[in-house]
Design a protein around this ligand. Sequence first.
Ligand code: NAP
Ligand code: ZN
Length: 336
Amino acid sequence: MKAVFFEKLGGADVLQYGEFPQPKAQSGETLVRVKACGVNHLDIWLRHRTNTPLPHIPGSDVAGVVEKINGQGEFHVGDEVVINPAIPCGRCARCQKGQPCELVRIFGAATHGGYAEYVVVPITQLHPKPKNLSFTEAAAFPLTFLTAWHMLVSRAQLVRGESVFIWGASGGLGMAAIQIAQHLGGRIIAAAKSQDMAKKIRKHGVDDVIVYTEEDVVGRVNSLTSGYGVDVVFESIGQKTWNQSLAMLRPYGRAVIAGTTSGNEATMDLSDLYVRQLSIFGARMGTKSEFEDVLKLVGERKLQPKVDSVFSLSDTAKAQERMEKGEHVGKIVLEI
Ligand SMILES: NC(=O)c1ccc[n+]([C@@H]2O[C@H](COP(=O)([O-])OP(=O)(O)OC[C@H]3O[C@@H](n4cnc5c(N)ncnc54)[C@H](OP(=O)(O)O)[C@@H]3O)[C@@H](O)[C@H]2O)c1
Ligand SMILES: [Zn+2]
């Protein structure tokens, strides 16, 4: 089959487009013909550092058609499906209680992924593709919407009328957060790197945008919230923004973090945590039932994945370069 893979770590130039052995579905697995695959920042991290054996095919967000099934279940050959990229171990104490798995693996990181004509996944990861969504739209939501949902609904528990500040608002995760925060009735303040990007983000229905390269972010948040600060900060940037994130929280505020795009190191004043009674939540993907909640709302168009651009599989390096330069708004998708 045709696939995009890398045999050594490095820049986008290590991505090779060529022939790769087609995977075989083992017992309990299904072979899916990939129609579209979303690009995630994760795919870029992987070619810089991974413990996965090389060569590796990335790609966590797959929409496609069932080609073979090696086991029981509700799906048949020819069904249009999306893949839940959060693969739980099924055995740990938390899995037994239906909670997020302690040992969850990411499809496309721990396994070969969807930058290919075919993928193999456990049958339990399959979900029906909403009929009113194209394959491209269906490949533009799984990882980011599942994670953003887990962050805002389950971890930070944002509720109607509360304010949320979203870093990385133009990115895949950030755009998902905007949609979900709107759905929850939150008041949204988004970060943008330029006036031009601010204009694009404003179109997606946020209440306010702060250009973090030009403005005093914490000061603006304070003036927009009558001096109180926000209830929730949505973090995926890390090192460069963490201190501002904590500083803009009101007492009893919650910071929820799922990524460290700018780096992992941060220092903080611990007294701040107890004096202002702040909470910090980490988040990594979500549960099967959270995926089903998101899928239902996406199917009803109450949550709408935003497709920034579409590339062919042979142009994957260009797609990743667009992401690395931060030119995108929403999801970049590969059509296969
Ligand atoms: N834990 C999980 O389960 C999980 C799931 C999905 C994603 N993630 C992580 O979340 C992060 C975002 O993923 P993604 O796929 O949404 O990536 P993406 O589409 O590339 O979005 C990243 C966004 O971060 C912003 N950004 C980058 N550097 C910044 C800086 N120094 N200061 C402020 N903003 C900056 C960029 O927007 P501007 O340049 O316009 O500000 C960009 O839109 C990644 O680190 C990813 O690994 C984690
Ligand atoms: Zn588990």
